[in-house]
Ligand binder design. Sequence first.
Ligand code: NAD
Length: 486
Amino acid sequence: MNYQEVKNYINGQFVSCNNKRIDVDSPLTGKVISTVPLSTYKDVDEAVTAAKKAFPVWSGMTSKMRSQILFNYRQILEQNVESIAAIIHDENGKTMDEATAEVRKSIELTEFASSVPQIAYGEVLEVSVGVQCKSEYVPLGVVASISPFNFPHMVPHWTVPNAIAMGNCMILKPSEIAPITAMKMGEMLKQAGLPDGVFNIVNGAQDVVEAICDHPGIQAVSFVGSTPVAQIVYRRATSNLKRCLALGGAKNHLIVLPDANLELSATDIAASMCGSAGQRCMAASVMVAVGNVNPLIEKLCIEVEKYKPGIKMPPIISIKSRENLINYIEEAEKKGATLLVDGRKFPVEPEVDKNGYYLGPTIIDWRNAKEKMPEREVFGPIFEIISAKSVEEAIDIQHESPFGNAASAFTQNGGIAKMVAQKASAGMIGINIGVPVPREPFSFGGWNASKYGTGDITGKSSLGFWSQIKKVTSKWAKQEITDWMS
Ligand code: NAD
C-alpha cells in the first residue's frame, strides 16, 4: 500500500515543509511506500512556539478535564485498532497479530493516563495546629519524546498520554524509518478534543534530535532507542540542563535449569526470540544453560522451525539490519560456535513477496566455541546459548553484560527463581516467562546501559518524570465571617 507523504503536525495542523525528504520503504516488499521530511531546528522551534502557546490553557484545566479527553481518545483507538495495525504492519513489517497487540497495548497505556486524576492528586496534612502542608504535581511545560522504529505506536504511547495527562505540551520525534503511524496520533487526539498545540510531531533524524536536546524551550526529553544514541541524547540533553530519561538497547539473559518445564519453556522462548523477528528490547537473547538442558534445547530447535519467514516470522526492518545479522552469524561460525538452527537457510513462505527482508530463526551454540560470545546487542531472531556450572556462575555472567533490561529464570525450583530475581542486575525479571514486560500500572524500565536517568518510562514512576512537586505551607487567622462553604 502507498501512503501520502509524511508531514509534520504543528499546532493541530499537518504542515508541508521544503526540507529534504527520504524514502520510507516497507520491509514486507522492499518498495517505497512514502517519504518523510528531514526537519531542522526551525521546525522544532515552530513546534515549541505552538506548544508554549497552548500550555497555559492546557495546564490550567483540571486533570479530570484532561483525562476526559484521553478517555475519548481511548475510545477512538478502540474503534480503529485494525486500521492502525495495518499501517504498523506496512511500515514496520510486524505481523497483523503483532501489530494488533501493539495497538491494544497503546490502549492500555492510554487507560492508565486517563486514570491520572485517581493517582496523582497530591497530599495534604495539618502539620501543626492551624498550619497545613500541601503538595501538588505541576507540569513542566514543553516536553519531548524521541522514539525507535520497532514499536512506532506503542513507544509514543509510553510517553505522550502520561505527559499530557500531567498537563505538559508534547513534541514527538518518530523514527524516520517508521514515521507513518504517528500521524494517526495527531489526527485522533484532535478528534478526541485535544486543543491545538498540545501535541506536535516533528519528523526527521539526528538534526531534530539535536535540536530537541538544545532548544531552551523544551524542559524534558525522553528517548527510546539503541544504547549508543541513548548515551548521546542523555549527555546532550542534561548538559543543556534538561531532565532526561533515555532507554537503550538490551541483551537479555535466560538462566535455564534442567528442571524447567520442557513444553512451556520451549514455546515461550521460541515466541520471545521470534516475535517481531527478535526486534524487541525484551526478546530472549541468551540462554545460560546451568547443567544439562539439552532436551529443552532440542525442543526449542523444533519449535522455532514453526516460525517460517513470511507468515509467523516478520521481516527484518532494513536490508542493512539483515546484513548485520548475517554478518553476526558468520562471525559466530568463524569463532567456532555451532549453528543449531540456521536462519539463512529458511525458505520464504510462497504467499509473501520475495523482496521482503526476511531471515529465519537462528540458534547459535557457543558452549564449545574457541572464542566467547560478543557482548553486543544483536536485535534480530538470533538466540545464543552459553553455559554455567552453577546458578551463582550464571548470575555472574549476567552481571558481566553491560545491559540490564530483562533477565529470566526457567525452573520449577522456587528458591532458585527467587535467587535469580533478587540477584540479577536487570530492571525487569521473568520467572518462566519469555517476555517479562510489566503491565500497567507497573512501570517499564531497565538498568545499566539499558537506561540512563531516574525512574521508569511508564506507570506511576513516569508521572514524577513529567512533573515537579509544589509544596504549599499555609496558616490562616481564624475567620470571623463564615459563608455556606465553611
Ligand atoms: P536508534 O537508536 O537507531 O534510533 C532511535 C531514535 O534516535 C530515532 O528516532 C532516530 O532518528 C534517532 N537517532 C538515530 N541516530 C541518532 C544520532 N546519531 N543522534 C541523534 N539521534 C539519532 O534505534 P532504532 O534502531 O530505531 O531502534 C532499535 C533500538 O531501540 C534497539 O537497540 C532496541 O533495543 C532499542 N529499544 C529499546 C527499548 C527499551 O525499552 N529499552 C524499547 C524499544 C527499542
